[in-house]
Design a protein around this ligand. Structure first.
Ligand SMILES: Cc1cc2nc3c(=O)[nH]c(=O)nc-3n(C[C@H](O)[C@H](O)[C@H](O)COP(=O)(O)O)c2cc1C
Length: 229
């Protein structure tokens, strides 16, 4: 990925209709109930993947992996492992967010070398820095840690798709073991979430609302709910 990559979105690069501002993308993104099958251009898929790749991660380990399913038979296989969810075959693209349990360790040398080359971390004692980072991650539940990261990347990806005018549907309704079996993924892979991308069929589902900030946010102490300005 270019170091100074400032243009992620094809419509922006092409100077076409422009992109939706982030505020609108956040407010207008809905979990799409049905897709109309309109194909998603490869450059849009790639921009979505790059947006995921740009997500932050602990020590920049980037443990997320994305399996892009475009072939109809592959999506049909996934649907069998996902409670027969129609969105999976309606949408032209479904991305399986997964993480091999030790995949992040296998790419750690590459990650640390690149961080050092770019001046993001000191270039001395790289191996020691890496070992300390690995040891710290291993003090946590690695499953929880992998989930956290894939979902941060998925959030980037959903908003990137929305910014470019595409609709998405995140899904947790699947049986991980069945997904591994249907898609021939190794047994030690955490299957974390699915993301369908396409164009919504029919109007968006109504905005289901959100809890108010006074319920979910606190000011200095959890005894003091956030007071809306
Ligand atoms: C991690 C995650 C998993 C979800 N899993 C499913 C799912 O399996 N099936 C489904 O129809 N919707 C699923 N949703 C969509 C949620 O129901 C939806 O995001 C929520 O109702 C809020 O609606 P909104 O996204 O349109 O604002 C999921 C959302 C998230 C973030």
């Amino acid at each position: 990925m270019p170091a100074n990559s400032t243009q992620l979105f094809p419509s922006f690069r092409a100077g076409a209709n422009g992109v939706k501002p982030l505020e609108r993308a956040i407010l207008e993104r809905r979990a799409t109930p049905h897709f109309d099958g309109t194909p998603v251009p490869d450059e849009v898929i790639e921009a979505v993947l790059l947006a995921g790749a740009h997500a932050p991660s602990g020590y920049n380990f980037q443990p997320w992996r994305f399996l892009v399913l475009r072939a109809e038979d592959r999506r049909a296989a996934l649907r069998r492992a996902a409670y027969d969810e129609a969105k999976i075959t309606e949408a032209p693209v479904v991305i399986v967010g997964f993480a091999p349990s030790d995949g992040w360790k296998k790419t750690a040398d590459e990650v640390f070398a690149e961080c050092a080359r770019r001046g993001a971390i000191p270039s001395q004692n790289l191996d020691q820095q890496k070992q300390q980072a690995v040891a710290f991650v291993e003090t946590m539940s690695v499953t929880a840690w992998l989930n956290r990261h894939v979902m941060i990347a998925f959030t980037h990806m959903m908003l990137a798709a929305e910014v470019m005018g595409w609709d998405t549907a995140p899904m947790e309704g699947f049986k991980p073991a069945a997904v591994r079996s249907e898609l021939a993924l190794p047994y030690d892979v955490e299957v974390i979430a699915l993301l369908a991308i396409g164009r919504a069929k029919g109007p968006d589902r109504a905005f289901p609302g959100r809890l108010p900030l006074k319920t979910i946010a606190f000011d200095n102490t959890v005894d003091r709910p956030w007071a809306v300005a």
